[in-house]
Design a protein around this ligand. Structure first.
Ligand code: AMP
Ligand code: GLY
Length: 420
């Protein structure tokens, strides 16, 4: 079949890599893609936020299956447009993607289905929000309601910090996303990610992962989109996965269906685990980035069969075949990230690296200029390895990192420390 993947990051490179392994795949196009993706698929520079453009492109290229990587096209209704045009599509409707696009909506769903999560209140008025912070004290968590590229959350350790965050959000630092502010109880514990495929009715646990959000070793420095990840996440034991499935995921899926907005695609549940129980931190409507890189390296070709089963409403008959393995990815970022960073520096040493079922350098922000791979983004490469143990996967990933010659880049040297 002919397959179109939307997106241009390391997540989409990993999705393309897995899809490409599957003998069902005839033609593979990624829009817009990047320099790494271009080594294994065709890339097409189209506006992926415009459902009409995507539908026309699919017709012109006889696409049989569309996989939507990032949240922005989901929130913009691209899955709706594709399905309305009769295209088989992996990814939730705009109405269902509100589980990521609105934090207040997610809280409403949790209330309706009694899913365990942090206590909260919603505000559209700064004075009322201030009074709430004054009454509750710190630590406390302040969130812009809408999509803010992972930046609209402040975990405030003091009241002053919380009040400043409230003012900042209402002053418009996250644009329309901050018109409503959600204030949450602070949850202690260890955070992990649980990935579930669903066709709207059936839920299939796809795997677990943990990422490292801080920029520097020791989980210090500013928050980022993620500096590395590993799968599985040992903290998400079978028992906790079962509890999260029964108390959080399945009730959510049933509530979304009951409202007439069934959720189809991957549901990424960010969980806080404390004393052997999980509570929901947030949902995302897509695979994590860089979590998808470790999940895809572990799943390989079956990832396509599973996404197809979700899109076709056949998940009840699907199974995940797990190897008893571990994968770890190290993000190489441009020096300066997550602040300002220069673009265009040359990356050398990629040519000689092994690329097989155990080693892959996924590209997140690269381009080819004058025949050389250059850095075009903040997070640039995801150096990924798979092995029988997490320690071996880590050693293999860092052995690859050490062969990459990119003085303008940096990475954390301690990915996986919590699990190791
Ligand atoms: P979110 O975008 O909702 O995932 O929030 C970003 C990060 O803030 C999460 O990954 C957590 O580390 C942290 N966080 C969010 N909500 C809470 C909470 N209620 N208690 C503690 N930490 C939180
Ligand atoms: N790595 C976190 C995310 O994808 O949201």
């Amino acid at each position: 079949m002919n397959i179109l993947i939307l997106g241009s990051g390391g997540r989409e490179h990993a999705l393309a890599w897995a899809v490409k392994q599957n003998p069902r795949t005839d033609r593979l196009i990624v829009a817009p893609g990047n320099a790494g993706i271009a080594m294994l698929a065709e890339c097409a520079d189209i506006d992926i936020l415009d459902g009409g453009v995507v539908v026309t492109f699919c017709a012109e290229n006889t696409i049989d299956f569309v996989i939507i990587g990032p949240e922005a096209p989901l929130a913009a209704g691209v899955a709706d447009a594709c399905r309305a045009a009769g295209l088989l599509t992996f990814g939730p409707s705009a109405a269902a993607a509100r589980l990521e696009a609105s934090k207040a909506f997610t809280k409403e769903i949790c209330d309706a289905c009694h899913a365990p999560t942090a206590g909260y209140a919603r505000f559209t008025d700064p004075a009322a929000a201030h009074a709430h912070v004054a009454a509750k004290g710190a630590p406390i968590v302040i969130k812009a309601d809408g999509l803010a590229a992972g930046k609209g959350v402040v975990v405030a350790m003091t009241k002053a910090e919380a009040l400043a965050a409230v003012d900042d959000m209402f002053a418009g630092s996250f644009g329309a996303a901050g018109a409503e502010v959600v204030i949450e109880e602070f949850m202690a514990g260890e955070e992990a990610s649980f990935f579930i495929l669903t066709d709207g009715v059936t839920a299939l646990a796809l795997g677990t992962a943990q990422d490292h959000k801080r920029a520097f070793d020791g989980d210090l420095g500013p928050n980022t989109g993620g500096m590395g990840a590993y799968s599985p996440a040992p903290v998400l034991t079978e028992a906790i996965q079962a509890q999260a499935m029964d108390e959080i995921v399945l009730p959510t899926i049933r509530e979304m269906a009951r409202r007439g907005t069934p959720y189809q695609g991957v549901l990424y549940a960010g969980l806080m685990i404390e004393q052997g129980r999980a509570r929901l931190v947030e949902y995302n409507a897509r695979f994590g980035d860089p979590e998808a890189q470790v999940l895809m390296l572990r799943l390989g070709a079956q990832a396509l069969d599973l996404m197809l089963a979700a899109a076709q409403g056949r998940l009840a008959e699907a199974r995940v075949n797990w190897a008893d393995d571990h994968a770890l990815t190290v993000v190489m970022a441009a020096r300066g990230y997550p602040g300002a960073y220069p673009r265009g520096s040359v990356i050398r040493g990629l040519d000689g690296l092994p690329e097989d079922s155990r080693h892959m350098v996924f590209h997140a922000g690269t381009a080819v200029q004058d025949g050389q791979i250059t850095a075009t983004g903040g997070r640039v490469l995801n150096v990924t390895a798979r092995a029988a143990t997490l320690a071996e996967a880590r050693d293999a990933a860092y052995a690859l990192v050490d062969r990459i010659d990119w003085p303008e880049g940096f990475c954390r040297r301690d990915i996986g420390w919590r699990a190791l």
